[in-house]
Design a protein around this ligand. Structure first.
Ligand SMILES: [Zn+2]
Length: 355
């Protein structure tokens, strides 16, 4: 397959051409995110994970057993599905089906240092596509640009809550009050923000997608458990849809600050970890179920975000999981706690690995 590598239009057109998403009811929109591996040497792009979603569980509805997905925003589900793919790809390689995307690090079998940990093949890069600017610090000005002026004034002036004692502040890089609910106080830049943005929706304990992308820019997308067998994998670029030419300069500035600029002061990281700020790109290619596409198709309507999410990872025999309220759609309540019926990007991947 011949593609333009590391070019946002190439990555985006590849994602949209292979999205294979169900059509939403009229007036409903969602967000699409996908992780794509690119190998310029072999001139191949591979979508390893894809997800849609714009919901997260209110704090009051998080199950005591923790066996539901709290955060079903597209970027977060796509990252979970990507982690799942990395686990399975390593499993296939160990079983003798040699991976063309991952390789065993030098010193395999020695048990020393990075010996035996997998890493991306030389030259392979990981890209993220998102159909709209990620929620949180990356999108407050973008969203404010089409907000009702009276509401904007209210949110601009609303006080920030005091940070929880559990939230670690980054001295020198974060303002004194560094935690905000949704879009409250959106004129303040660089603060951590919880989901969701709407002030009339129930409180959650989910950090915004922009905050999680900033975390991945330092720690990698693989997470602590997978880091035992895979060296950190960082996002090389983020390509964003729905941003018109007039807004791109502002949104680029916000994304660069949100995804990396505000954590440049982080220090004393473990060996092997460092800030990797992703390049920011924009695309004019439309996603058919984006909010702006729904407005074009149904002028005058008030688009509503879909309650359902979808998560898919490559090289799986199973169809994409459809999720609602953090669980697989269609699973009877009596089976909700049975791991057999959990979605593929499970909240407890380690428990599933042994199955
Ligand atoms: Zn989000």
């Amino acid at each position: 397959m011949a593609c333009e590598f590391d070019a946002p239009e190439g990555v985006t057109s590849h994602v949209l051409a292979n999205a294979q998403l169900p059509t939403l009811p009229p007036g409903q929109y969602t967000i699409l995110a996908a992780f794509v591996l690119a190998c310029p040497r072999r001139r191949v792009l591979k979508i390893i994970a894809r997800a849609t979603g714009a919901k997260c569980l209110p704090a009051a509805r998080i199950p005591p057993a923790g066996d539901a997905l709290h955060d079903s925003h597209a970027e977060i589900l796509a990252r979970r599905a990507a982690v799942r793919w990395f686990y399975e790809e390593i499993g296939r390689d160990v079983a003798g089906e040699r991976s063309t995307w991952l390789r065993r690090g030098e010193g395999a079998g020695t048990g020393e240092g990075d010996g035996g940990r997998y890493e991306l093949e030389e030259g392979v890069r990981l890209h993220l596509y998102v159909s709209t600017p990620p929620c949180g610090d990356a999108s407050t000005r973008f969203l404010a640009s089409f907000q009702d002026p009276a509401i904007a004034l209210l949110k601009d002036g609303s006080p920030l809550p005091s940070p929880s004692p559990n939230v670690a502040l980054l001295p020198e890089t974060a303002p004194a009050l560094a935690l905000a609910r949704g879009r409250d106080g959106y004129a303040l830049y660089g603060v951590l923000r919880t989901k969701p943005g709407r002030a009339d929706s129930p409180r959650t304990e989910c950090m915004s997608c922009a905050d999680k992308i900033a975390l991945w820019a330092v720690c990698g997308v693989q997470g602590a458990l997978l880091a035992a067998v895979l060296k950190p994998v960082w996002i090389a670029s983020v390509t964003i849809g729905e941003v018109g030419d007039a807004d791109r300069e502002v949104v680029r500035e916000d994304c660069e600050r949100a995804f990396g600029g505000r954590v440049r002061g982080v220090r004393d990281l473990p060996v092997g970890y460092a800030l990797h700020e992703p390049a920011i790109h924009f695309t004019a290619l439309p996603f058919a179920s984006a909010r702006t596409s729904v407005l074009v198709a149904h002028p005058g309507c008030t688009p509503k975000s879909s309650n359902e999410s979808l998560a898919w990872h490559a090289d799986s025999a199973s169809p994409p999981d459809v999720l609602i309220n953090g669980r697989k759609r269609g699973v009877a309540p009596k089976h909700a706690h049975n791991a057999r019926f959990w979605c593929a990007p499970s909240p407890l991947p380690s428990a599933r690995l042994g199955q």
